[in-house]
Design a protein around this ligand. Structure first.
Ligand SMILES: NC(=O)c1ccc[n+]([C@@H]2O[C@H](COP(=O)([O-])OP(=O)(O)OC[C@H]3O[C@@H](n4cnc5c(N)ncnc54)[C@H](OP(=O)(O)O)[C@@H]3O)[C@@H](O)[C@H]2O)c1
Length: 276
């Protein structure tokens, strides 16, 4: 069988950096994207030593900037990509009134606009060969309105809607579109950084691990008929999801009781840091 090539954004650290190892082990060729070129190179060297058969290309790019993204899109014309994993993202919990307009714009660009433009670039070729897979790393914050992370939540919700809408639009083809929704991830990534400020997320909010997220992505990659949505979380979230959408007032009350206190600690800490 022909080797497949994966474009993975956010491969320099966090969950993405751990995922690189697993993808190489599974035999995929890799195109790795992030801003930190040095970290990408180190990662690529380590992988090449362990898995010499894996072809790795690194592309340093700031996905929150139009000009930088444009250069990446031009480069994609010269590469054969079979699968994209939109993993790069930023959260930034803070009170909405304290958020900087430029930061808001860049974060939305990174979390939502860049995945849309990259997918648009890939899809024409994919429709010709009638094959392709989009895996979008959304979040539980994309399924539940998240206080102090309103624009993060909005971007992840947008990423979910974008991915699912394409799944419906191209249902008659062999192209596949999957969104992944992890809860708070223990092990690597942004939640680990937040834990230093606010401690672990309360047990009733659930949570997951880097390894579970990677296993979930592997399921989406290797299944002939992947699910449209995968949730990586200790608890089933279906009841909460139904309440949020069918009874929004109750959903809001629950959101306030379950999440607000914990996320406010991260938000107020980041505001204090900005003031200093
Ligand atoms: N960790 C969690 O608890 C959790 C829960 C739910 C969903 N998620 C989602 O999972 C994904 C990975 O999260 P993570 O926790 O691994 O985050 P992380 O540790 O903060 O890593 C983020 C990755 O994105 C890249 N990135 C950030 N800004 C970028 C930019 N402007 N241009 C290009 N690349 C950029 C970073 O590389 P550079 O800095 O080198 O650019 C890094 O490789 C995100 O989409 C996140 O929303 C995470």
């Amino acid at each position: 069988m022909k080797k497949q090539s994966i474009l993975l954004t956010g491969a320099s650290r966090g969950i993405g950096a751990q995922l690189v190892e697993r993808l190489a082990h599974l035999g995929y060729d890799l195109v790795l994207v992030a801003r930190n070129e040095e970290a990408l190179s180190k990662r690529a060297e380590a992988i090449k030593t362990k898995y010499p058969q894996v072809q790795i290309t690194i592309l340093a790019c700031d996905l929150s900037q139009r000009t930088s993204l444009d250069q990446l899109l031009v480069r994609l014309d010269t590469l054969e990509i079979d699968i994209v994993i939109h993993n790069a993202g930023v959260d930034a919990f803070q009170t909405f009134e304290s958020s900087d307009l430029g930061d808001l714009e860049r974060n939305l660009y990174l979390n939502l606009t860049a995945p849309i433009l990259i997918t648009r670039k890939l899809i024409s070729k994919w429709l010709i060969k009638n094959e392709g897979l989009v895996i979008s790393m959304s979040s539980l914050a994309g399924l539940f309105p998240t206080p102090f992370g309103s624009h993060y939540s909005a971007s992840k919700s947008g990423l979910w809607a974008f991915t699912q809408a394409l799944g419906i639009e191209y249902a008659h083809t062999n192209l596949k579109f999957v969104s992944i929704h992890p809860g708070f991830v223990n092990g690597d990534g942004m939640h680990e950084a937040h834990k230093k400020i606010a401690g672990s997320a309360p047990i009733f909010l659930g949570g997951t691990t880097t390894q579970d997220v990677i296993k979930t992505i592997e399921k989406a990659l290797t299944s002939k008929k992947p699910d449209a949505i995968y949730v990586a979380n200790r608890f089933s979230i279906k009841p909460l999801l139904m309440i949020t959408h069918l009874l929004p007032s109750l959903g809001r009350w629950l959101g306030s009781k379950l999440m607000k206190n914990y996320l406010s600690k991260i938000a107020y800490h980041s505001e204090d840091q900005h003031k200093q």
